[in-house]
Design a protein. Structure first.
Lengths: 536, 80
């Protein structure tokens, strides 16, 4: 009974409490206060009210103080955080400013890298020539065309080569070369203009531009083969394996042409080739090669054939070469190709097949080169490799060009027959060299060539000797001058070529030609040159 | 009879360059003599004519630009 009353009383109390309970709202929250008691200092008793002899004693933190301290600490932390953030921002801003300052505009960055990928150079050959004796024959330099016999003391300022060499290296493995070249345009017909008018051709004698080199070269094909490392493969219009190499060996291309280039082999063809040194460990070169397949047409003619010509040069240095031509070298060159004629014309039967038949050229050289002098000997052999067109590349009788009939008509027919019959055989030999006079800027140089354009002829009036002798002056690294004598000698004594014998070679003499073709030996040509080379 | 070049003019054309070289080679105090810091381009062999031309001097290969810099006392050019 007593327990029940207690239980009921507790329940009533709980209900009362719950009924009077209200939600504790924030605005109703009362912050805890510090508790203050009074202590009697004599007795140590603690009282809840102040009194005599009692001192106050507070417990717990003053809320205001707590709040103030909390605020202070918070402020301190915020200040520290802000300071740290500002410091970081300053550092970041400095770095950013520096980056911005170093940042280049896009075009500047492109150009800065581009200048390492492109190279431009120039080459110029010029001369003044005075011909004490003019005659028919091959050109002494590219497109030098003096008049024929009887024009003594003819003289001329000429530009024989002008290159603008542009090299582009998009990557370290690839090279693109583009080289336009000046040349003298010859020919062209006058043009009818309107119903009754006409204008003269402007081609004759003008200096025009043509492309000498345009090729891609790849230099990493043999990187896995140590002996061939650095060798290249070249595609496009390029220097052939012999002429450019021999010009560098000779050193004086700005004065005169090298042997096969003088005779008939153009210096550049379109094709594909491989080249480079072969090293068998160490730095010395023991073999140097260049091999390729090319159009039968030269770089300034239209390809017409359904065949191609192949050329190969191999140079051996028995004792090793420290640089490109150093020491004793043995060089062999072989060229096999065809005349530049369309197949339908090449297959036609003809008495003179020279321009349609196969062509062969061989050169064998022994050379020795030091830093002060160099000397070389060369043997040349060819088949159908020297036509009447080559013979008259400098100057020839009008009859040979179909431009009229002159007293040279029988001689012209003889030359065409002996050289264009498709069975001609060429044999020749050459010597060339240079010697630098120590302590001076002067170097003496010379070249001698003896050539038999068709050694199947018992006494060929076209056999000739060519010699060049001169001295050069090296003004600086980019500029050279030379004074020299250049001579073409048809060295047989004059005679009349038997007409019947001429016909056995396919010669078709003009009507009225007697038992001999008179004055078969051409006139000599002699000239004094002053040459200049600028190479940058 | 094929007209022959007179022997006199033939010999003169041959001798022109030879006399010039002989006369000048012995002179040491004239513009044709070579002076300047080594290596000098006139003392070098041509290893390849191009853009630029390469010369072999004392067993080393130099470009025309490098020899020009040596002659003019310029600092070596940075490699690309």
């Amino acid at each position: 009974m007593k327990g029940r009353w207690k239980l009921a009383l507790a329940a009533l109390g709980g209900l009362a409490l719950m009924g009077s309970a209200r939600p504790l709202l924030a605005q109703d929250y009362t912050a805890p206060r510090a508790t203050t008691l009074w202590v009697d200092q004599k007795t140590g008793q603690v009282f809840v009210r102040p009194g005599r002899g009692r001192v106050a004693m507070s417990f717990g933190a003053d809320p205001a103080q707590i709040e103030q301290q909390v605020e202070q600490r918070t402020e301190d932390k915020v200040r520290a955080a802000v300071a740290e953030t500002r410091a970081q921002e300053n550092a970041d801003n400095l770095a950013l400013e520096k980056q911005v300052g170093e940042m280049k505009p896009a075009w500047s960055s492109y150009m800065g890298g581009f200048q390492d990928k492109i190279r431009v150079g120039a080459l110029f050959y010029g001369d003044y020539s005075l011909y004490t004796h003019t005659g028919f024959g091959p050109q002494f330099l590219t497109q030098l065309n003096p008049p024929g016999p009887g024009n003594e003391m003819y003289n001329s300022f000429d530009i024989t080569r002008t290159y603008l060499n542009v090299f582009f290296f998009p990557t370290k493995d690839w090279t693109f070369r583009f080289t336009p070249n000046l040349y003298r345009t010859i020919g062209g017909a006058n043009d009818k203009y309107g119903k009754a008018g006409a204008i003269g051709t402007s081609l004759d004698g003008n200096l025009g531009l043509r492309v000498k080199y345009a090729y891609l070269q790849y230099g990493n094909l043999f990187s896995g083969i140590p002996a061939l490392k650095g060798d290249t493969i070249t595609l496009g219009q390029q220097a052939n394996p012999l002429v450019g190499w021999e010009e560098d060996l000779y050193n004086y291309r700005y004065v005169n042409l090298t042997p096969w280039n003088y005779l008939s082999l153009s210096s550049s063809q379109a094709g594909v080739s491989m080249q480079g040194p072969v090293k068998f460990g160490g730095e010395k070169t023991y073999l140097d090669y260049d091999v390729g397949a090319f159009d039968n047409a030269s770089f300034h003619a239209l390809e017409q054939t359904n065949t191609k010509q192949v050329m190969a040069r191999l140079t051996a240095f028995p004792f090793g070469a420290n640089w490109r031509f150093q020491g004793l070298g043995l060089t062999g060159f072989y060229d096999y190709g065809y005349g530049n004629t369309t197949p339908d014309l090449a297959n036609l039967p003809a008495a003179l097949k020279g321009s349609n038949g196969s062509i062969e050229r061989i050169a064998a050289l022994v050379h020795y080169t030091t830093e002060q002098w160099g000397i070389a000997g060369e043997f040349d052999y060819g088949r159908n490799a020297f036509s009447a067109g080559n013979l008259f590349s400098g100057s020839g009788p009008a009859d040979a060009f179909g431009l009229g009939t002159t007293p040279y008509a029988p001689f012209s027919a003889l030359a065409i027959g002996l050289q264009n019959n498709g069975q001609s055989r060429q044999v020749g030999y050459d010597f060339f060299g240079h010697y630098h006079f120590a302590g001076t800027k002067l170097t003496a140089f010379g070249m001698f060539e003896e050539f038999h354009p068709n050694d199947k002829v018992k006494l060929n009036p076209l056999d000739f000797q060519r010699f060049v002798v001169g001295v050069s002056y090296q003004y600086n690294e980019f500029l050279r001058f030379a004074v020299d004598s250049q001579n073409l000698l048809f060295y047989h004594s004059q005679f009349g070529f038997p007409t019947a014998y001429a016909k056995s070679f396919g010669v078709v003499p003009p009507k009225g030609t007697g038992a001999t073709i008179p004055d078969a030996v051409p006139h000599d040509t002699h000239a004094i040159f002053a040459n200049i080379e600028f190479n940058y | 009879m094929k007209p022959r070049l007179s022997k006199r003019s033939f010999r003169m054309s041959i001798c022109t360059a030879a006399l010039a070289s002989l006369a000048l080679a012995g002179c040491s105090s004239n513009p044709l003599s070579d002076h300047g810091p080594l290596p000098r381009v006139a003392d070098c062999a041509i290893a390849g004519i191009g853009s630029p031309t390469k010369y072999a001097c004392g067993g080393k290969i130099y470009t025309s630009f490098q020899l020009a810099d040596i002659r003019e006392g310029n600092p070596p050019r940075p490699k690309p």
